[in-house]
Design a protein around this ligand. Structure first.
Ligand code: PDD
Length: 285
């Protein structure tokens, strides 16, 4: 059966899911996106993703074409129509298609809203057992990384460089410090058992999984420090990992080819992964 996508009010086969070449998402990357995980047919931490969607569109003065409640209904209908058990729902809203190419906001143009699903067994991903390698690249992104914009060229280049190096993610570096992964938040566990992840600011995306993992760790009396860290500190750490909606908690075992600790996923990373999966299942909707 053909995969079903959602485009501006209609559920259509993927092959027929199209937007105009004048769409501002295509011409200017003038749009916002979200990715929410699906486990057993249910959305994970979706309220957090929709809250960030609202914030992102607010920051670029883009009015959503549907209410947040309706957006969640569409997400659920799309999951049902695709019989999606495990994977992700991608959604994107752009400032729509005008009659030409003007930089300033068009007047009276309805924003574009599209969604599609993809299949992925996040819980049983083989890389969760082995861990992944990361490479480091300069963070060449714009200054508003807190906005989940579809302008992802810097991340495309970073993740392509990672793929060419046989690594699973790129850690972006600015001022000697790790900002975050190309599509994930970065964490380390220090030798004193302190969980360190960079504080939210315009330098990084406020990760929904990051937020949940920090809260779950603090509930369990783990010490968490929200501050930047260097690659040297990560290489001297007990453990390192990344978080995102599409991989939950994922061990990092090498950085630029050098091993972190013994080169295997650490016990705290494995534990936080289990804790996050339990939280995900318990709060799925
Ligand atoms: N990326 N940092 C960046 C730059 C990201 O693109 C993402 C998510 C994250 C993690 O955020 P969250 O935990 O809310 O997924 C951090 C998504 C998954 C993507 O682009 O596919």
């Amino acid at each position: 059966m053909d995969q079903i996508a959602y485009v501006n009010g209609s559920f259509v086969p993927m092959t027929e899911a199209k937007v105009s070449i004048l769409d501002r998402g295509f011409l200017f990357a003038d749009g916002i996106y979200e990715v929410a995980a699906v486990l057993d047919g249910k959305l994970i931490d979706n309220a957090s993703h929709l809250a960030r969607l609202l914030r992102s569109v607010g920051e670029i003065a883009l009015a959503l074409p549907e209410t947040i409640d309706r957006i969640q209904e569409i997400q659920k209908e799309l999951i049902a129509r695709n019989n999606l058990v495990n994977g992700m729902v991608y959604l994107e809203v752009t400032r729509g298609a005008d009659t030409g190419r003007d930089f300033a906001f068009p007047k009276g143009v309805k924003p574009t809203l599209i969604m599609f699903t993809s299949v992925k067994d996040i819980v049983n991903a083989p890389s969760a057992k082995t861990g992944i390698g990361v490479i480091t690249v300069p963070d060449i992104r714009w200054a508003r990384r807190d906005i989940k914009s579809v302008a992802l060229l810097a991340q495309v280049l970073a993740k392509q460089a990672a793929a060419e190096a046989g690594a699973g993610e790129a850690w972006m570096i600015e001022g000697g410090m790790v900002t975050e992964g190309g599509s994930s938040s970065a964490f380390i566990l220090t030798q004193d058992d302190v969980l360190v992840t960079r504080q939210n600011s315009s330098a990084i995306l406020p990760g929904c999984t990051r937020k949940a993992v920090v809260a779950l760790a603090e509930e369990r009396q783990l010490r968490v420090e929200e501050r930047p860290f260097t690659v040297e500190e990560a290489l001297a750490a007990k453990e390192a990992f990344i978080t995102s909606a599409s991989l939950f908690v994922q061990a990092v075992v090498t950085i630029d080819g050098k091993t972190v600790a013994n080169g295997k996923p650490g016990p705290m990373t494995d534990r936080l992964r289990e804790i996050y999966i339990d939280f995900a299942r318990a709060t799925a909707q």
